[in-house]
Write a protein that binds this ligand. Structure first.
Ligand code: SAM
Length: 329
């Protein structure tokens, strides 16, 4: 088991499949993009499956979430999903995506064994979409969402980041849009993870502000906190339920005490926190022929070094040197 020195056990492995993305969301990366990792540095499918198998069969991981960068850009994604679905015990398999290309890929991903999906969707306005992501792809995301629901990847979860002066007037319209279609909306507080280090606390739209905006039209009652477990989202019943809306208040109400995650980057580095300042290199020993025992020892060393919290609110907080797109959100 991947238990850290504070008694938390990691069971949820986030696997970044690529650092590349077809959007340039301003809370994530600069307009010109980033220096992408050279292909030889990326784990191959076989290397990924070896590490995931180890995590699932020996280290107690029960959920695999594919992310990135944009994971739909990874060639052969459905094949990877199918190989993970064939593991025993079979983990839950989920995907976080910007939705571009999902209209084409959703049925094959579902058939391969994908259980759940989270689609990032921050605005209903084509103009704001271009401003925020520097690409004109709103219609692709909307059709991707519909295709995910039609393929049975339900409930479709939607992640929204609100930015002050950009889309912070859209909390209510986004909730209405999701309620009408049966999508589960969750707002994520903007975190200091952008490559260009432009995050400013004062500019962040807080969970309290979002709840206040939603309360203008809907009655929100906290869902049973006992059901939350290690889930990052605080959930609220909308107008008595059963529909819900979630708030992931990573900054103003950190939930590190219940964290059950560990992350594998696309270039084979293990991270015990989104905000970790160190990584455990698995790729070098993997390519040098390390045994499963030796690799497992690396995982255990990584989790033992996990800090009690992400430190965003500490006076000496430093952003991780790698951006969100390289870490895997
Ligand atoms: N490309 C995929 C997507 O768009 O969902 C997966 C990777 S993306 C980095 C994962 C999630 O991180 C998205 O929901 C995105 O909105 C969120 N994200 C990126 N930068 C963020 C930031 N600075 N603060 C909060 N969430 C962020």
């Amino acid at each position: 088991m991947l238990t850290d020195s504070f008694g938390r056990t990691a069971t949820d492995l986030r696997v970044s499949l690529t650092d590349r993305c077809n959007l340039r969301c301003s809370y994530c990366m600069p307009a010109e993009g980033l220096d992408w990792l050279p292909k030889p540095e990326l784990l191959t499918d076989d290397e990924l499956i070896r590490l995931i198998r180890l995590a699932v069969t020996r280290l107690g991981i029960t959920e695999i979430r594919f992310t990135g960068g944009e994971p739909l850009l990874r060639r052969g994604l459905a094949g990877l999903v199918a190989r993970v679905a064939a593991l025993t015990p079979r983990p839950d398999i989920s995907l976080t995506t910007n939705g571009i290309g999902l209209d084409r890929l959703a049925p094959s991903l579902r058939a391969a064994g994908l259980d759940r999906i989270n689609v990032s969707f921050d605005t209903l306005s084509p103009e704001v979409f271009v401003q925020l992501s520097r690409r004109d792809r709103l219609a692709d995301v909307v059709s991707g969402l519909a295709a995910a629901a039609a393929a049975g990847l339900t409930p479709v979860k939607v992640n929204s980041v609100l930015m002050r002066g950009v889309n912070d007037h859209e909390a209510l319209p986004l909730l209405r849009f999701c309620l009408e279609r049966g999508y589960q909306l969750r707002f994520i507080e903007q975190m200091p993870l952008d490559a260009q280090h432009g995050w400013r606390r004062a500019e962040m739209v807080t969970a309290d502000e979002i709840l206040q905006a939603l309360s203008a039209e809907f009655s929100l009652t906290p869902d049973d906190p006992a059901d939350r477990g290690s889930a990052p989202a605080e959930r609220f019943l909308v107008d008595g339920g059963p529909a819900t809306v979630g708030i992931i208040a990573s900054v103003t109400r950190p939930f590190c005490g219940a964290c059950d995650r560990i992350r594998l980057t696309a270039d084979g580095q293990l991270r015990n926190c989104l905000f970790a300042r160190t990584e455990n290199d698995l790729r070098t020993p993997l390519r040098a022929g390390a045994s499963d025992d030796a690799l497992a020892a690396q995982w255990l060393a990584c989790i033992r070094a996990k800090l009690p919290g992400h430190g965003i609110n500490d006076p000496d907080f430093l952003q991780p040197s790698r951006p969100m797109s390289a870490i895997g959100g």
